[in-house]
Design a protein around this ligand. Structure first.
Ligand code: GLU
Length: 429
């Protein structure tokens, strides 16, 4: 019996506490082998690097970067790099653990990792961000690699960031080896070895999960309203696909503020506006600004948190009007909020299922690079849809069979796959 006191991490309120509680709950349900539990509740490797970068002003600034590799029983470590002031060792641990469950649930040959740099990217020029990224890559050295640990975009990182990482990583290899390293990162621009469809994969996956849920509930999406927190890559694409299905975005929030229009906010014009407005939705004329503190209480049918962790908490869960929460972000709903929401009969499609289209898209990119193939957009989208559908229905069927909520079911499936791997393989030596 593992007691709370034996927990490897001193849990402070935050994402790490959440992921550990989610893990514990599911592990208890399956009666997880206690030895395997010890392995899975701790991360394999944790790298913290401090590195200097010359700023445009000529001054040198020292940055702190992280890469946490939680588990690689199923394959190379996989997961994004985020650039945000909230990045610290606990955040990287929590996010790395979610990646392990996500890749396991999706049936991919990957483990889980996450990392990033603690910074506010809006404070730096593009040239500075390039030098920061390249120097971080150099500091990570051979702790990442195409068959070892494969980063990807996450909050405030994008295909350009991945291209810089790839170029830096390749440049440190012998000339004959360079082109064999294309798959050291995924989410690259097409010209740098990226895959068709990776840009929209996460948002499309969020949309598909909502669609599958709606089909099952006989709940037509046409005419339904949704609110979206986060208007980055995930939120934008999810909103676009939902809008094309006949739903309307009535509320949207980004790091700068919140907008509301019960008649609907058109997605593409807002995207164009934000692009021209330093990536901020603030000031968009076709909607009214609303208090960000009251955002989750807005009237709507569907709610899509697609920004940061711990956004839906005991403070706002009781006010949510939506019938469904589809988690585009990692860890947006904390454990206390989830209890309130489930009690109120609100469904939650959990992050490790709902946003898994991203890492599945990454897997397709990695396979193409590794095999020297180039797939069409249609091929990628078709393969993605097939995988997402399988995952969704597996989780729903398991939840029904075991009489548990969707998150618990998703965690149970993911953990069981890892348990089986360890039991079959044994522990070295
Ligand atoms: N950052 C994304 C996630 O949290 C994608 C990870 C990847 O593609 O490796 O799932």
């Amino acid at each position: 019996m593992i007691t709370k006191e034996k927990k490897p991490y001193a849990l402070k309120q935050g994402m790490l506490e959440n992921v550990m509680r989610q893990f514990d709950h599911a592990a208890d349900h399956i009666g997880l082998n206690p030895n395997i539990r010890k392995i899975l509740e701790i991360t394999n490797n944790e790298l913290v690097v401090h590195f200097p970068v010359k700023m445009d002003s000529g001054q040198v600034e020292v940055f702190t970067g992280y890469r946490v590799q939680h588990n690689n029983a199923l394959g190379p470590y996989k997961g994004g790099l985020r650039y945000h002031p909230t990045v610290d060792i606990d955040a990287a641990r929590a996010l790395a653990m979610w990646m392990t469950w996500k890749t396991s649930l999706a049936g991919l040959p990957y483990g889980g990792a996450k990392g990033g740099i603690q910074l506010d990217p809006t404070k730096y020029s593009d040239a500075e961000l390039e030098r920061i990224t390249r120097r971080f890559t150099y500091a990570l050295g051979d702790n990442i690699g195409p068959e070892l640990d494969i980063p990807a975009p996450d909050v405030n990182t994008n295909p350009q960031t991945m291209a810089w990482i790839l170029d830096t990583y390749m440049s440190t290899k012998a000339p004959a080896e360079r082109s064999t390293n294309l798959h050291v990162v995924t989410g690259k621009p097409i010209g740098a070895g990226g895959s068709q469809g990776r840009d929209r994969a996460t948002g499309y996956g969020v949309f598909l999960n909502i669609k599958f849920w709606a089909e099952q509930k006989k709940y037509p999406l046409r005419g339904k309203s949704f609110i979206l927190q986060g208007f980055g890559n995930v939120g934008y694409w999810a909103a676009r696909f939902l809008e094309a299905e006949g739903a309307r975005m009535v509320g949207v929030q980004d790091a700068y503020g919140s907008l509301y229009n019960p008649l609907g906010i058109p997605v593409e014009p807002l995207f164009e506006y934000a692009k021209a407005n330093r990536n901020s939705i603030l000031g968009y004329q076709e909607a009214q600004p609303v208090d960000s503190g009251a955002f989750f209480a807005l009237d709507c049918d569907l709610c899509i948190p697609a920004a940061l962790g711990n956004q839906i908490t005991a403070r706002n869960a009781a006010d949510i009007k939506a019938a469904l929460i589809a988690e585009g972000a990692n860890g947006p709903t904390d454990v206390e909020a989830e209890k309130i929401l489930l009690h109120r009969g609100i469904d939650i499609i959990p992050d490790i299922l709902c946003n898994s289209g991203g890492v599945i898209g990454s897997y397709f990119e990695w396979l193409q690079n590794r095999n020297g193939e180039i797939w069409t957009l249609d091929e990628v989208m078709e393969k993605l849809e097939k995988k997402m559908k399988e995952s969704f229905h597996r989780v729903v069927a398991f939840a029904t069979e075991k009489q548990v909520d969707l998150r618990t079911a998703a965690f149970m499936i993911a953990i069981q796959r890892l348990e089986q791997t360890y039991l079959q393989r044994g522990i070295f030596p």
